[in-house]
Design a protein around this ligand. Structure first.
Ligand SMILES: Nc1nc2c(c(=O)[nH]1)N[C@H]1C(S)=C(S)[C@@H](COP(=O)(O)OP(=O)(O)OC[C@H]3O[C@@H](n4cnc5c(=O)[nH]c(N)nc54)[C@H](O)[C@@H]3O)O[C@H]1N2
Ligand SMILES: Nc1nc2c(c(=O)[nH]1)N[C@H]1C(S)=C(S)[C@@H](COP(=O)(O)OP(=O)(O)OC[C@H]3O[C@@H](n4cnc5c(=O)[nH]c(N)nc54)[C@H](O)[C@@H]3O)O[C@H]1N2
Ligand code: SF4
Ligand SMILES: [Mo]
Length: 674
């Protein structure tokens, strides 16, 4: 039976993109004969304004593609053979329920681990029915640290996640520092606003080891060595404090911890910072001088700078700049980080308290599966996530998934690199087949996503599957949502009335402050005393060398090159990564290639103590010497030897938030056969 509210088979439907992308585009989907014929941008959203990325235009190739999962199946070959037998939903869910019960009665429910991340940014597809099930079951909890953990910890510690400057206010800024973020790929709707700002005369600085599109358009591009933003930002603080440019009245009135930050910055002269980061001291000074005297000045802090051992302190130091330089209180002044918390939505519909079960850092999943401390993990339930493709230390993760005694469920839309290792595969609906509520983390938007086509194959939504499992386990009662539509309606009832009305009556809710808050006029730190904490004690205790303590580069003579793996325009993390990817190359500077006798297009091996990847080289001056790059989210099928950059990424943790250190991989590269 089709879902209530399903679009007619011939229609054009307004919905929203829930993929893990800041922009949260409003979509116009053309349906013909009950199938998706075309996905385009809707003009009704003034920010995403009628255009979307090329990858989501291709989403129908995923919905109807060869990799799509159409029915539940159980493994019939060895682990990882990819051989499955079709079964009914009843058989699949009964088997899973049986394994859950056996695990709970055996080693305890903490031997069960739900493994999920950002496959969907919706409020319904994550942390609703899944949370009800796993909390009541008493499973191990997952620390979702693979992304945004260090920047999130910094933003929470300093500002309590105060709302950020939104895209619409960029054009009026006089100076913009684009720091460790590549909006030309990872949030494309910021680009027109950046162009308008430049046309209005704004001075744009980009800090990135690669000459991205925005870096090439900028007034100044600073190519830092990955992992060295902390000294760069601290040298700017030192200048502000020591040369009389700190906004003392603002610091006195609105901050704590300025003296400690000043002390941590004191040793970082421009010369020392330049030396560590591979930049030019005179250039750093010029940026600091201009920043000190320009208003409105804006810092757009991305996620590229967090994925290393210094990532949390780096983000904190960058986010502290507008406080120390006194850039708040004017429209277009301040900072932009994630706006995911800016709606202030409390999940009131989640009545289950979080149980005090053990918490497992997802960056360590490979190690925990293979070298358990305490109770082992014997049952894994993977959803909204493709761990074999996206977690650090890929070879160890695969060894974990190969464990014969591990029972693995993978609930996904396509047969991912992870699903190959499953004991039970469950087919999930895509955002074109279910309801969801989509929250942007760039612009401050909240929208309704609704089913535009009937479910493909036997796929089912997260809510339906998790509630069904809860019922089979005797964990669901009469007060619980019966299905996805019921859950959606309950959530709408629990949202603030104005938000709920907007979502019910149209496709969007009206954001607070028109979605364009002015920091320190409309919004203030959500810390306990409403002040900025420039030196949160909790963060200082967490960081191995204390907050703002710089940990040196992990390069060695044997492995001198920094391997990074940033977002690409072909996929969102690994989603859509199943489609052919001519972009999967190792970008290497001609000097580094020349020194190794590597020519453009050569097949190269990239290796370190953890693993090895075989891939084709692309010589380009657009990457800093000493750094090599390959896209994130690559599927194993896209490299020559079926290992990706994550086979070279250590499972070490960032200084704050237990974050991943994807960009701390240090490697050597050589021509295959050399
Ligand atoms: N098309 C597309 N869009 C996406 C995604 C995608 O996969 N594809 N992913 C989404 C997700 S999950 C996220 S988290 C965001 C991420 O979006 P971004 O914040 O843009 O993060 P990254 O792509 O990891 O890296 C951004 C830039 O940082 C640079 N960089 C790497 N290391 C360092 C460093 O140490 N310091 C500095 N200053 N720069 C560094 C990289 O060269 C890159 O150009 O994008 C989202 N949007
Ligand atoms: N080397 C390297 N690795 C990285 C990074 C890096 O910079 N370098 N960046 C990291 C970052 S920023 C992130 S955010 C992570 C992302 O890692 P993940 O969160 O694993 O994201 P995806 O790779 O997109 O995989 C999401 C999966 O969820 C599935 N899915 C989507 N919607 C639903 C649904 O409604 N129900 C179910 N059951 N499944 C669904 C999709 O089909 C997809 O297979 O990767 C990280 N990995
Ligand atoms: S991935 Fe981002 S840019 Fe592409 S359609 Fe979705 S929200 Fe828009
Ligand atoms: Mo991410």
């Amino acid at each position: 039976m089709p879902k209530p509210g399903l679009a007619p088979p011939e229609s054009v439907v307004t919905t929203a993109c829930p993929l893990d992308c800041p922009d949260a585009c409003t979509l116009e989907v053309t349906v013909r004969g009950g199938r998706v014929a075309k996905i385009d941008g809707s003009r009704e959203n003034h920010i995403t304004h009628g255009y979307i990325c090329a990858k989501v235009r291709r989403f129908p190739e995923r919905v109807y593609g060869d990799d799509r999962l159409l029915h539940p199946a159980i493994r019939r070959g060895g682990k990882g053979s990819g051989l499955f037998t079709r079964v009914t939903w009843d058989d699949a869910l009964d088997l899973i329920a049986e394994k859950f019960v056996a695990a709970r009665n055996g080693g305890g429910a903490e031997t069960i681990l739900p493994l999920c991340y950002g496959g969907s940014n919706g409020l319904l597809t994550q942390d609703y029915a899944d949370a009800i099930l796993f909390r009541r079951l008493g499973a191990s909890r997952l620390l979702r640290t693979v992304c945004a953990a260090p920047t999130g910890a910094a933003n929470l510690g300093l500002y309590g996640k105060m709302a950020s400057v939104s895209y619409e206010d960029y054009p009026e800024a006089r100076m913009i520092i684009v720091w460790g973020v590549n909006p030309s790929v990872s949030g494309i709707h910021l680009m027109p606003y950046l162009k308008q700002a430049r046309d209005n005369g704004a001075y744009v600085v980009v800090i990135d080891p690669r000459a991205t599109t925005i870096a090439r358009q900028a007034d100044l591009h600073i190519t830092v060595r990955p992992g060295t933003d902390l000294p760069v930002a601290l040298s700017m603080h030192r200048y502000l404090f020591e040369e009389g440019h700190a906004a003392q009245p603002f610091l006195d009135a609105h901050t704590n911890g300025a003296a400690q930050l000043r002390a941590k910055a004191a040793p970082w002269t421009f010369e020392r910072a330049a030396d560590v980061s591979g930049t030019d001291a005179a250039v750093l000074r010029r940026v600091a001088e201009r920043y000190a005297k320009t208003s409105p000045a804006l810092v757009k802090c991305g996620w590229g700078l967090e994925r290393n051992r210094n990532g949390g302190s780096a983000a904190a130091a960058v986010l502290a700049l507008p406080a120390v330089a006194g850039k708040f209180g004017v429209r277009s002044g301040g900072f932009t980080m994630s706006n995911s918390a800016s709606w202030g939505i409390e999940r009131t519909w989640l009545t289950e308290p979080e149980p005090p079960t053990r918490a497992i850092n997802m960056n360590k999943v490979g190690r925990i599966l293979t070298e358990p401390e305490g109770a082992p993990i014997n049952v894994l339930f993977v959803y909204n996530c493709n761990p074999v493709a996206i977690l650090p230390d890929q070879r160890r993760v695969i060894r974990g998934f190969e464990r014969e005694d591990l029972f693995t469920v993978v609930f996904d839309q396509v047969l991912t690199d992870t699903a190959i290792y499953a004991d039970v595969v469950l087919p999930a609906t895509t955002f074109l087949e279910h309801y969801d509520t989509v929250r942007g983390y760039g612009p401050i938007t909240l929208q309704l996503a609704k089913p535009v086509i009937d479910t493909v194959g036997e796929s089912r939504s997260n809510t339906d599957v998790f509630m069904d499992l809860a019922r089979r386990l005797g964990l669901a009662g009469d007060d619980d949502p019966v299905d996805e539509v019921d859950a959606m309606l309950r959530m709408l009832n629990e949202l603030p009335p104005d938000v709920s009305t907007g979502l019910r009556e149209s496709w969007k809710a009206t954001p607070p402050h028109d979605g364009r808050p002015i920091q320190f006029v409309d919004v203030f730190p959500k810390t306990s005393d409403a002040k900025i904490d420039l030196f949160p004690a909790a963060l200082d205790q967490q960081a191995p060398l204390g907050l703002y303590g710089y940990q040196p580069d992990p390069a060695t003579a044997e492995f001198p090159l920094a391997l990074i793996s940033p977002a690409s325009d072909r996929a969102i993390s690994s989603t859509l990564g199943e489609l052919p990817r001519p972009d999967v190359k190792l970008d290497i500077h001609p000097d580094d290639a020349g020194a190794r006798g590597i020519l453009d297009g050569d097949s190269v091996r990239v290796w370190n103590a953890l693993g090895e990847m075989h891939i084709h080289a692309r010589l380009t001056p657009l990457i800093a010497p000493g750094t090599v790059s390959t896209p994130k989210g690559v599927w194993r099928r896209s490299t020559v030897n079926h290992y990706t950059s994550n086979a070279l990424v250590p499972d070490s943790l960032a200084d704050l938030g237990g974050g991943a250190c994807f960009n701390d991989a240090r490697v050597e590269v050589a021509k295959v056969g050399a």
